[in-house]
Write a protein that binds this ligand. Structure first.
Ligand code: PMP
Length: 370
């Protein structure tokens, strides 16, 4: 009643027309008005429906998932999870602590690394702040910075996709990704050290694909007060659908993180799955072994494929990648056209390493499509 009364008064004062009153969109924060939606590529089920084929026959090589899925221990661990209680993330943090060798105070977990990235940005970035994003790279860094009203600076890379060690003054966060999505290269330790030591910004190093790489720089977090390393269970551990990520950071940052992060964003089921997956490192390592061996086999077969340390290959195409990806989609094979990645150009395709039979179908069609 009171609300209706207030509305009538406003009208009576005739300061606003009815159509003005209904323009609720003006309440949207100005810096969010033209934010693009994140784009994860075509959905497999939708594409199968469109093609009139069973979803099972689609070959999905567009999202860098693990085709073998998680350890069988995961499904067993889900059976006894109490669903009427709020989740307890401590067992997962314990398991991550054993896996990484870092004490609990250096760790935070979240609903996928994407949530970790957006939460870290909320600690350090506000309206008008600058975030450095060497491109091409994963799209979420720029989006997360924009969500805070900050401005991403998309900088060009050096030869070999190395990062320019000079971070411009005034930058508050710099985003590194190693192995990098979509190019597949790993940054050298010297390159990362030069960036971290040469700036007063917070450096976020994304190691989503570290398990597939020759080397991780996780140990460096102990040495610097401004370095955060992000990790995920979506890739090598095969848990993309359950949304589990974590970060290793100096305790002064994890303390801030816990203040800012949503309290219960990871469900009890996901937490239990994460603990079980981390208890079966043999399964994860066997997945990695198969994927890395397929990656190298595919690279030898595919002209234009760049060396990669991830579970995917970046392929330079002669024809426009958008057209190549579209032709493959029509045949039931999903790959990622990278032309929407800033700085990637129009001739770059990213293909996830799948099971050998899926990879064969891809290679066969790719050779006919380029
Ligand atoms: N970082 C990189 C480089 C990625 O490619 C991805 C997912 N594709 C993520 C982070 C996000 O991972 P998560 O599923 O844990 O949100």
């Amino acid at each position: 009643m009171l609300i209706a009364g207030e509305m009538i008064n406003i009208n009576h004062d005739n300061t606003n027309s009815v159509s003005d009153l209904l323009d609720f969109t003006r309440n949207i924060l100005p810096f969010l008005r033209d934010l693009e939606e994140d784009e994860a590529g075509p959905d497999a089920t939708e594409t199968a429906e469109m093609l009139g084929i069973p979803a099972k026959s689609m070959v999905v090589l567009s999202r860098n998932e693990n085709p073998y899925g998680p350890s069988p221990l995961v499904r067993a661990a889900l059976k006894d999870v109490p669903m009427h209680r709020y989740p307890d993330s401590r067992p997962l943090l314990e398991a991550i602590s054993s896996y990484t060798g870092y004490p609990r105070e250096w760790l935070v977990s979240g609903a996928g690394m994407d949530e970790i990235i957006t939460t870290i940005c909320r600690i350090f970035l506000g309206c008008g702040d600058l975030a450095l994003v060497p491109v091409p790279t994963y799209n979420v860094y720029g989006l997360a910075a924009r969500l805070c009203g900050a401005r991403p600076i998309f900088s060009a890379r050096l030869p070999g996709f190395a990062v320019d060690p000079e971070v411009p003054r005034g930058v508050k966060m710099a985003f590194l990704c190693s192995p990098n999505n979509p190019t597949g290269n790993a940054l050298t330790e010297e390159n990362v050290r030069a960036v971290v030591e040469g700036t007063d910004a917070i450096v976020f190093l994304d190691e989503a694909y570290a398990e597939f790489a020759e080397k991780s720089l996780l140990g460096m977090v102990r040495e610097y007060d401004n370095l955060v390393v992000g990790r995920t269970l979506s890739k090598a551990f095969g848990l993309a659908g359950l949304r589990l990520g974590y970060a290793v950071a100096p305790p002064w940052i994890t303390e801030q993180y816990r203040r800012v992060a949503p309290l219960f964003s990871v469900s009890s089921l996901s937490l239990a799955a994460g603990v079980a997956a981390l208890q079966d490192l043999d399964w994860m390592k066997e997945c990695v072994r198969k994927i890395v061996s397929e990656r190298e086999r595919m690279r030898r077969r595919l002209a234009g494929a760049l060396p990669s340390q991830g579970n995917f290959l970046c392929i330079q195409t002669r024809q426009k990648s958008k057209a190549v990806a579209e032709r493959m989609l029509q045949k039931g094979i999903l790959v990622r056209d990278c032309s929407l990645f800033p700085g990637c150009g129009e001739h770059c395709l990213r293909v996830t390493i799948g099971r050998p039979e899926e990879n064969e179908r891809f290679i066969e069609l790719f050779e006919r499509s380029i």
